[in-house]
Design a binder for this molecule. Structure first.
Ligand code: ASP
Length: 590
């Protein structure tokens, strides 16, 4: 085979006259007045190759070409005449006049289009992923991912971070999702768990004195597939010793500034905004607000202090609040039918109902006849204008805010055009614990190695642990939680208190995390860390709707890989070797 002298995106008018060899795929074939034009493609671009009918044998060979054939073409670089210049192509000022052609491999008609942007169904794209990835549009996304990862590495390496790999066959980690299990053949009946994150290992690396660790780490969580999740995903995972949250913020701010600027040219603020969890819930009803849409929640309780309208006055008497937010220009979209759907949605979120105000030629509202003055004052206090819509709810402060937050998100995703730009912020001071209604117990909101706020801990650990704040933080971009981390506990007394509060006995703690607790007997340094979701960061920067688009070989929403057929059955002999047998009924179900 004639090896290439240039790639398909490389030749310029300065190369005119050179004898070159190109290797690549046949992207498009055109016939103009008997002359064959072949567009040759590789990862780097396209080059037009011309076959002249006067070179008879060569021309005949060119006639046998079809799209996606792989060829090696030798020829001469020729400047295109001015009217044939294609300014959209990097090689658009030249073409290669072929002098020989070698067909390296043939191709059947591909099941999905590679050379035109006609999106096939996702199922087909995933089944023939290698063809889908041959499309320049998809290649760009993986190239962007590569660049971002390299910039992140560069940044962290310059700060003396060590890239260290941690095991994939391991034991359960504390993120609280379901584990993927791997049966051990050598120890029948025993299982490895795939790590939900490198959490415990990175903390052990701090005990080991590594000081600064990072890893582009695969994490595995066997969750039901909500929204845009993958059972295996990638984190930029890091941990530092002798630091507090400010140091982590600093490193992440610098790292994202560099990697985003140098990969997509977008400048982020040097320091990201910060908002406490309590503020985020109060103002957006969410711990991952997308502030690009505005629509802040306002506490308008005072306006309704002396209303006679029982629904509101009785809620206020019971210490409740009235909260409202304005949606600009959406009044006319909220027909009766649409309003009914939102009221229904509000009820499913636990609200008693949803109060609406539409500012049209006059003010209209579901409760105008009960409290016209208060409604007018609310309209003024939110500076609502003609065309705007206000939605309101009453009840307990936190749950009302959270429910309105969900309604706000639904409006954003279904009624509003996608906002532009990047909204990036830290959300801090998360609660240490939350209440798991289903299991009727307190659990760690982040994970149990997160350092609680020690003043809160002293005040509330024996009376109201749900009031204790933690030193955990999230990084939020455009409404996605793209990172979370915390200052860790490095003192045994605090760790024991936390285990006790989440109902974990010493014995259970030893069984689950004994090796970490043991390590903490031998001088653990104060440490803190964070993990960022790489797939989501790349998806946001690539303008992709789904993280599947920025993962080379993703799984479908139901966790299968259509291309390889995983997960798939295994043979009886494999099961026998592992001393496993399938439970009857379930085996038959398949
Ligand atoms: N391991 C944690 C997670 O995956 C992140 C961290 O605390 O560093 O959520």
């Amino acid at each position: 085979m004639e090896k290439r002298t240039h790639n398909c995106g490389e030749l310029r008018k300065e190369d005119a006259g050179k004898e070159v060899v190109l290797n690549g795929w046949v992207d498009r074939i055109r016939d103009l007045g008997g002359i064959k034009f072949i567009l040759l493609r590789d990862r780097y671009g396209f080059t037009q190759v011309v076959f002249d009918p006067e070179l008879d044998d060569l021309y005949k060979k060119a006639l046998t070409l079809s799209p996606e054939y792989v060829v090696s073409v030798k020829g001469k670089v020729v400047k295109r005449p001015p009217d044939a210049i294609n300014p959209k192509m990097s090689t658009g000022e030249i073409e290669v006049h072929a002098t020989s052609l070698d067909i390296l491999s043939e191709s059947e008609t591909p099941p999905i289009y590679i050379n035109i942007d006609d999106e096939a169904s996702e199922e087909l794209r995933l089944k023939f992923r290698y063809l889908d990835l041959r499309r320049p549009k998809m290649q760009k996304k993986l190239i962007l991912r590569h660049k971002i990862v390299q910039k992140i590495r560069e940044y962290l390496n310059n700060l003396d971070f060590l890239e260290i790999e941690t095991p994939v066959l391991t034991k359960s980690t504390p993120e609280g999702a379901r584990d993927f299990l791997v049966p051990s053949r050598i120890k029948p009946g025993k299982f490895y768990a795939l790590p939900q994150s490198p959490q415990l290992f990175k903390q052990l690396l701090m005990v080991a004195g590594m000081d600064r660790y990072y890893q582009i780490a695969k994490c595995y969580r066997d969750e039901d597939f909500r929204a845009d999740r993958q059972p295996e995903f990638t984190q930029v995972d890091l941990e530092m010793s002798f630091v507090d949250e400010e140091d982590i913020f600093n490193v992440v701010e610098g790292m994202l500034n560099k990697s985003i600027k140098e990969s997509v040219g977008v400048e982020l603020p040097l320091e990201f905004d910060r908002m406490t969890y309590a503020e985020a819930i109060e103002t957006y009803g969410s711990d991952r607000p997308d502030r690009r849409y505005g629509m802040e929640l306002h506490d308008v309780t005072e306006i309704f202090f002396s209303t006679d309208f029982r629904v509101i006055s009785s809620a206020i008497e019971a210490n409740g609040v009235v909260k409202a937010f304005k949606v600009k220009g959406l009044a006319n979209r909220f027909s009766r039918k649409v309003i009914d759907q939102y009221v229904e949605f509000a009820r499913s979120l636990g609200l008693g109902g949803l109060i609406w105000i539409k500012i049209e030629d006059e003010i209209k509202s579901s409760i105008l006849k009960f409290c016209a003055d208060e409604i007018r004052t609310t309209v003024n206090s939110l500076s609502a204008e003609k065309g705007d819509l206000i939605l309101m709810a009453v009840g307990d402060r936190v749950s009302t805010s959270k429910a309105l937050g969900k309604i706000r998100e639904k409006i954003i995703s279904t009624e509003l055009p996608e906002a532009q730009g990047l909204d990036i912020l830290w959300v801090t001071e998360f609660p240490m614990f939350s209440f798991n209604e289903e299991e009727n117990r307190i659990e760690a909101e982040h994970h149990p190695f997160t350092m609680p706020d020690l003043e809160d801990m002293a005040l509330y650990k024996n009376s109201d642990p749900l009031k204790i704040k933690s030193r955990a933080y999230d990084l939020v971009i455009n409404g996605f939680e793209i990172g979370s981390g915390s200052v860790r506990i490095h003192r045994r007394d605090i760790q024991n208190d936390v285990f006790r509060l989440i109902g974990l006995s010493q014995e259970e703690a030893d069984k689950k995390f004994g090796f970490l607790l043991e390590a903490f007997k031998y001088g653990p340094p104060p440490h803190a860390g964070i993990a960022l979701g790489l797939d989501r960061i790349v998806a946001i920067l690539a303008g992709a709707n789904s993280i599947r688009d920025v993962i080379a070989f993703p799984k479908t929403a139901s966790g299968s890989d259509i291309m390889t057929g995983a997960p798939s059955e295994v043979s009886q002999s494999q099961l026998r070797e592992l001393k496993l047998s399938l439970v009857k009924g379930e085996e038959e179900e398949k």
